[in-house]
Ligand binder design. Structure first.
Ligand SMILES: [Ca+2]
Length: 227
């Protein structure tokens, strides 16, 4: 009995060291504006400013993406970091409108209400995209460009539409699963990207995003000294 109590105390007292580095929570952005520090591809002009706007709810600011005009404009921001230093990326998102029938495994229907990119090279289209899919099941990994660009389904379908969903992904582990090989030791993310789009199926897509951060993998602290 005494041993059991001691074991419980040790488990309860084990702390986890985890360095969290915020990327953005939109708290310093202006409601109604395009968020500061984000860019888009040349040629899209100000269209993305119609899609991506900061909103506020209950004192919290977040990014709202709402595309009903087939714009399909990706936005992205730094900073870059070495994946081995901070392999975990966390954020939350809330799908508001799923493009009906969208299926990311086919070019003709490749739309996602919510999409977050970790790009190792923006210009080489080398990276991983996490999506809230209209139709594909959670856990689906699909090679959009084999050996270069993969997407992974984190949420699926209508059941959680309108609810915030928090995710923490391990880029090193997901790289191994998707690419089928160990990631290069100097693998860097160029930052994060976002795309909410419904242009393939010509339907509205909408998603809210918030609280992007990167982290080390959790490692238990040394067990507390006991007598
Ligand atoms: Ca926020």
């Amino acid at each position: 009995m005494k041993k059991t109590i001691l074991a419980c105390l040790l488990v309860a007292g084990t702390a986890f060291a985890q360095q969290i580095i915020g990327i953005t929570s939109f708290s310093s952005d202006t409601v109604g504006d395009f968020p500061k520090g984000w860019r888009n591809w040349p040629g899209f002009g100000d269209k993305v400013h119609e899609v991506y706007r900061v909103k506020e709810e209950g004192g919290n600011k977040f990014l709202s993406a709402d595309d009903s005009k087939d714009y399909s404009g990706q936005i992205f921001r730094g900073p870059a970091w070495y994946i081995k230093d901070h392999p975990l990326v966390t954020w939350r998102w809330r799908a508001q409108a799923l493009p009906p029938g969208a299926n990311e495994s086919s070019g003709a229907t490749n739309d996602s209400a919510c999409g977050v990119y970790i790009m190792f090279s923006q210009f080489r289209q080398y990276g991983i995209k996490y999506v809230w899919s209209s139709t594909l099941p959670v856990g689906t990994i699909h090679a959009k460009i084999p050996g270069k660009m993969y997407f992974i389904v984190l949420d699926s379908g209508k059941s959680n539409v309108g609810k915030w969903r928090s995710h923490t992904v391990n880029i090193l582990e997901d790289y191994k699963k998707a690419f089928g090989s160990e990631p290069p030791s100097d693998l860097q993310s160029q930052g994060i990207g976002i795309l909410t789009d419904g242009n393939a199926v010509h339907a509205r897509a909408a998603c809210d995003y918030d609280d992007f951060a990167r982290m080390k993998v959790k490692t238990p602290d040394a067990a507390p000294a006991t007598k």
